[in-house]
Design a protein around this ligand. Structure first.
Ligand SMILES: Nc1ncnc2c1ncn2[C@@H]1O[C@H](COP(=O)(O)OP(=O)(O)OP(=O)(O)O)[C@@H](O)[C@H]1O
Ligand SMILES: [Mg+2]
Length: 432
């Protein structure tokens, strides 16, 4: 390459020398030199023109073999072009592979532009959402018109997915998730969860039916047991201990059935229509009295700090079962003479209920699973205190239905605090 530049300089030198000699002989040195430079310049202008033509018309052809610095320039440009061409090819292959992969996905995938216009979608989207090529550039909410979806799309944070009937077939249920990415773009993913929902419904129905069917036989057994216990003959006396145990276990089974039925009801109806103004202070005073009775000769110190003006919009029966469960747990899992502090207070974020005890505490790894049905840290101890392991599952459902959150903090052998945070929208202030 350097050789070509040296040769080019030589060529310029020879031309200038020729111009000089002609100039000396003709007595016009400057003119001779000017003509030499003009010849050199014209040659390069011509080459520049050829390069321009080649770039415009024969860009993909091999560079011409013209030698010198211009051949180097042609080759450099040709190489650059080839590199960018292979780069483009690689990008195109990558893009088509990505499209093939997303097209093969069973979930509907739709790329949305800034205002929700459809930019691209895969074949599952045409099937599940009934989209076709004409729908590109149209807003997605003109195809999925459900009000919940319109509200969901309008928000800017999509922490939770949305469950909706399919816009094309209301027997099909879709789970819709929107993921923001890049520069104001969003990815909409819809999954057919009809099958999962059906299984969930079968599970719910099974538990509700089984619990319901068990109620009558249990009542009959309980009735006969009571008659036998009350009997005054030799047989009743002989079997007294066994009958008492049978009665205790039957009561336990009745409690389990009752809790399972309550859970089924909490799961199936949304209950928001049965909201009323609930006097939580009066409810807590009653629960405190019941807790004292439950504590009996264990003499727990049960304290209640309560804002009497703070009421809540909700379902009284459900709230009573959730709050009492938390207070009774504190009594059941705190050794005699322990302190149980119940608080009910409000602030700008809403209303808060907290039960702190000085009880046995819960090891940290159990805490995330406590609200699962029948989950108990120590099943033997729970059974001893008559627990069914369903209490916190009921608490979780009741709180969900009141848009509230449960927080659990605990230190083993020191105590636990169960808190419920209710939103400000449910707070009712009463003047005393
Ligand atoms: N305050 C507490 N201190 C220590 N452990 C607790 C406390 N509250 C709950 N637990 C643990 O969490 C488990 C689940 O509680 P949950 O209320 O759901 O069931 P339970 O009390 O066993 O039965 P029930 O359905 O009658 O309430 C309990 O078995 C116990 O191990
Ligand atoms: Mg309990």
């Amino acid at each position: 390459m350097l050789d070509h530049w040296i040769a080019e300089l030589w060529r310029l030198g020879v031309l200038a020398a020729a111009g000089l000699i002609v100039g000396i002989f003709s007595d016009h040195i400057a003119l001779g030199l000017l003509i030499a430079v003009a010849i050199h310049l014209s040659y390069h202008l011509y080459r520049l023109y050829c390069l321009d033509q080649w770039l415009r018309l024969h860009r993909n052809a091999e560079p011409p073999e013209i030698g010198g610095v211009w051949e180097d320039v042609y080759h450099a440009i040709y190489k650059l072009q080839q590199r960018s061409r292979s780069h483009k090819r690689r990008l195109a292959t990558l893009l088509s592979r990505f499209r093939e992969a997303t097209s093969a996905m069973p979930d509907a995938t739709v790329v949305l532009k800034q205002h929700g216009e459809i930019e691209w979608f895969n074949s599952a989207a045409s099937r599940l959402l009934n989209l076709d090529a004409h729908d590109v550039d149209h807003r997605v909410d003109s195809f999925i018109r459900h009000p919940d979806f319109i509200a969901y799309l309008r928000q800017r944070e999509y922490a939770q997915p949305l469950v909706l009937p399919s816009p094309t077939d209301n027997q099909v249920t879709l789970l819709i998730h929107v993921v923001p990415y890049g520069d104001n773009q969003r990815l909409l993913i819809a999954r057919d969860i009809t099958h999962v929902q059906r299984l969930e419904q079968i599970r719910r129905d099974f538990i509700a039916n089984a619990s319901h069917e068990l109620r009558t036989p249990l009542t009959v057994i309980m009735g006969f047991l009571e008659t036998m216990v009350d009997g005054n003959d030799e047989c009743a006396r002989q079997w007294a201990r066994s009958l008492q145990l049978m009665q205790e276990q039957t009561e336990r089974m009745q409690l389990i059935v009752q809790h399972l039925l309550l859970l089924s009801r909490l799961e199936t109806d949304n209950g928001t229509h049965r909201r009323e103004s609930v006097s939580v202070p009066a409810m807590l005073a009653a629960i405190q009295e019941e807790a004292v009775l439950l504590s009996g000769d264990q003499h727990h110190d049960i304290q209640l700090e309560c804002d009497n003006t703070l009421w809540l919009r909700g379902n009284a029966e459900e709230l009573r079962s959730a709050l009492s469960n938390l207070v009774f747990n504190a009594v059941q899992y705190t050794p005699p003479q322990g302190v149980i502090r119940v608080r009910w207070y409000g602030d700008v974020t809403g209303a808060h209920f907290a039960v702190a005890d000085t009880g046995i505490g819960i090891p940290a790894h159990h805490i995330p699973r406590l609200t699962e049905r029948f989950y108990r840290v120590d099943a033997a101890r729970s059974r001893e205190v008559g627990g069914t392991g369903l209490g916190l599952a009921i608490v979780k459902h009741v709180l969900q239905r009141h848009e509230a959150k449960l927080r659990i903090e605990s230190v083993v052998d020191q105590g636990s605090t169960f808190s419920c945070d209710f939103p400000a929208s449910l707070v009712v202030r009463k003047n005393l």
